[in-house]
Design a protein around this ligand. Structure first.
Ligand code: KIV
Ligand code: ZN
Length: 518
């Protein structure tokens, strides 16, 4: 079967999702999980955007051993030089340069004639090729580029030394027939096309990113670019898990496959959702909570008689475990450890297992059955291991529908415990006012969301917050059987992360917005 290369851009195009701003540690954590998933190429960021972006790409480049690490550059020397700097220490570095080719972009954005686009592309590919063994060139907005001009650009890119030519549907405008036809035309008309890999990069503005990517494969694409959970600019990018599972499930139709370790998909999806703060919709294909749930009686009956009646993919394929072992308050450390292994956490240190067991016992005291989802939520409570400057010790709230709510928070700060009582518009506001007073921090609450981990009134509540402090923004997550406690934990987690962020080189959304993708 033909191998389809997977180019993951979760850390670059995915990070361009509104409100997402990953720090270096988070980028490295995602990159290492992408490596476990077996992606071939990891686009780690856009180094020219800010010193922090450059440092983050460098950290990924040094951490990843089994995938090629890619840095993005506009067709400018200083961008390419920044990628050279950022990819120092990478095992298999690769540069991705782009230049818009469509009439709309040429006229309004670049203010370049066709000849100037060709000359710039050639000069910059050569400049990049003198510095990197592997060069990818993207004809930005290729989907809306005249086909004959796109053939000309592709031929020139090959001559100048590109190893991969990417055909982005930058604005998600294509239909599968049209997008597939671009690949067919390039394959049939461009000299030496077999010397390079052709790549597809789709956006989901009309909900056709996966279908377009598959159409590209049918017409000769060698590489698919996309993100985990389909996150990205506007409506997002091609969801890689959808492409991989389509190829696996319909292998006889596509006669092409990826070399991804599919059983890592669920874990990767959860990690990306957690660190980006972007929830996965319940009905999302492959990784949504309902993707394997059968609600109608007829379907349930069918699945009980024979799974394949209504199930085309087994949940185990993407690493979802259907364990029979239910834990509760009488479960001991041994059963708990077995459960951790079952859920894919076989490499935890003794210290981490003990900490997780403590949290589990806490929940088991308040909740009869502790499900797999509960344990995963507890294990993943902290976004990443941030040094704990502040720790929540105790929370007491007073709510009366006829009085002003108040909250008393006890907080440990560098070993010293202090307490403060504050009032607020609501109980959560009162808690947050008390925490701010105790920490001497100022922060704006940019986002607050709450979801229940499982069904039932005793379910764990998971709160996610985004705090803004001047140019810094940080997310926080808290899990508890009580949503007010979860709210407090999420807030304290975000404050700890703000303290950490202030130590990093400047790398803010605002910085990056100043370097436009032109
Ligand atoms: O969508 C796009 O055109 C891009 C380019 C930078 C490749 O993301
Ligand atoms: Zn894109």
């Amino acid at each position: 079967m033909r191998k389809i290369y997977i180019f993951d851009t979760t850390l670059r195009d995915g990070e361009q999702s509104p409100g997402v701003n990953l720090n270096t540690q988070e980028k490295v954590e995602i990159a290492l999980q992408l490596e476990k998933l077996g992606v071939d190429r990891i686009e780690a960021g856009f180094p020219i955007a800010s010193p922090g972006d450059l440092a983050a790409v460098n950290a990924v480049a040094r951490a990843v051993k089994n995938a090629s690490v890619v840095g993005l550059a506009r067709s400018r020397e200083k961008d390419i030089d920044a990628v050279v700097e950022a990819l120092k220490g990478a095992q298999d570095p690769r540069i991705h340069i782009f230049l818009a080719t469509s009439p709309i972009h040429r006229k309004h954005k670049l203010r370049m004639e066709k000849a100037e686009v060709l000359e710039t592309a050639e000069r910059m590919i050569k400049y990049a090729k003198a510095r990197f063994a592997q060069v990818e060139f993207s004809a930005e907005d290729a989907g809306r580029t005249e086909l004959d001009f796109l053939c000309e650009v592709t031929a020139l890119a090959i001559k100048a030394g590109a190893d991969v030519v990417n055909i982005p549907d930058t604005v998600g405008y294509m239909t599968p027939y049209e997008y597939g036809n671009i690949f067919k035309t390039l394959k049939e008309n461009v000299p030496d096309i077999e010397k390079i890999q052709l790549s597809a990069h789709c956006h989901d503005d009309l909900g056709m990113a996966t279908a377009n990517s598959l159409a590209a494969i049918l017409n000769g694409a060698d590489q698919i670019e996309g993100t985990i959970n389909g996150i990205g600019e506007r409506a997002g990018n091609t969801a890689l898990e959808e492409v991989a599972l389509a190829l696996m499930t319909r292998a006889e139709f596509f006669d092409a496959s990826t070399t991804l370790h599919l059983q890592e998909i669920a874990k990767t999806s959860r990690l990306v959702s957690k660190l980006t703060g972007m929830p996965v919709p319940g009905n999302k294909a492959i990784v949504g909570a309902n993707a394997f749930a059968h609600e109608s009686g007829i379907h349930q009956d069918g699945v009980l008689k024979e799974k394949t009646t209504y199930e085309i993919i087994s949940p185990a394929t993407i690493g979802l475990k259907d364990s029979k072992l239910v834990l509760g308050k009488h479960s001991g450390r041994h059963a708990f450890r077995e459960k951790l292994v079952d859920l894919g956490f076989e490499n935890l240190t003794e210290e981490q297992v003990n900490a997780a067991f403590g949290k589990f016992k806490d929940v088991a005291d308040r909740k009869k059955d502790v499900s797999n989802e509960d344990i995963l939520a507890l294990l993943e409570e902290k976004l990443v291991e941030t040094p704990e400057v502040f720790a929540l010790e105790q929370l007491v709230v007073a709510f009366d529908s006829h009085a002003v709510p108040s909250a008393t928070v006890k907080l440990r700060k560098e070993g010293v415990v202090s307490s403060h009582t504050a009032e607020g518009n609501g109980t959560v506001d009162a808690i947050y006012q008390a925490i701010l007073a105790l920490t001497n921090e100022e922060a704006e609450l940019d986002d607050y969301s709450i979801k229940s981990v499982t069904d039932g009134t005793d379910a764990l509540g998971e709160v996610h917050v985004v705090l803004q402090q001047g140019e810094y923004s940080a997310q926080g997550r808290g899990v508890s059987t009580d949503i007010l406690e979860a709210s407090a934990r999420a807030y304290v987690d975000a404050l700890n992360r703000l303290v950490e962020k202030r130590k990093e080189p400047a790398r803010t959304k605002r910085d990056r917005d100043n370097v436009t993708l032109i």
